[in-house]
Design a binder for this molecule. Structure first.
Ligand SMILES: [Zn+2]
Ligand SMILES: [Zn+2]
Length: 109
């Protein structure tokens, strides 16, 4: 599986990873990476609960809770404003797919 799905009822607490602008991958952009590895073709609204802006970028996020997938990097669909808010901790919308951000396990970097 190249993606995980946020909790279908309440979402999950996620954190924007700081200083990821130097990371690149073979997909051309992180939102293209997200589409490829979640199997989605249309962009949803931003993953942040309560935000109705359309997702524009693929943001690097981590789960904050130990019993989730803590420590692993995932790519979430996010609006430009939230993506700029580094270290942001937020509640995700429920039932959102997050692509694995580890390029060695996906597109090869
Ligand atoms: Zn990629
Ligand atoms: Zn947003």
């Amino acid at each position: 599986m190249n993606y995980v799905t946020t909790n279908a009822v309440s979402g999950n607490e996620l954190k924007n990873e700081p200083a990821t602008s130097g990371r690149t991958c073979h997909c051309g952009s992180w939102i293209a990476h997200w589409k490829t590895y979640t199997g989605k073709s249309a962009l949803p609204t931003c993953v942040v609960e309560g935000c109705n802006a359309k997702a524009e970028v693929g943001a690097h996020v981590e789960f904050t809770r130990q019993d989730d997938e803590k420590g692993l990097s995932y790519i979430a669909p996010m609006c430009g404003d939230h993506n700029k808010d580094h270290d942001l901790v937020f509640q995700s919308k429920p039932g959102y797919r997050l692509a694995r951000g580890n390029v060695r396990e996906t597109c090869g970097g």
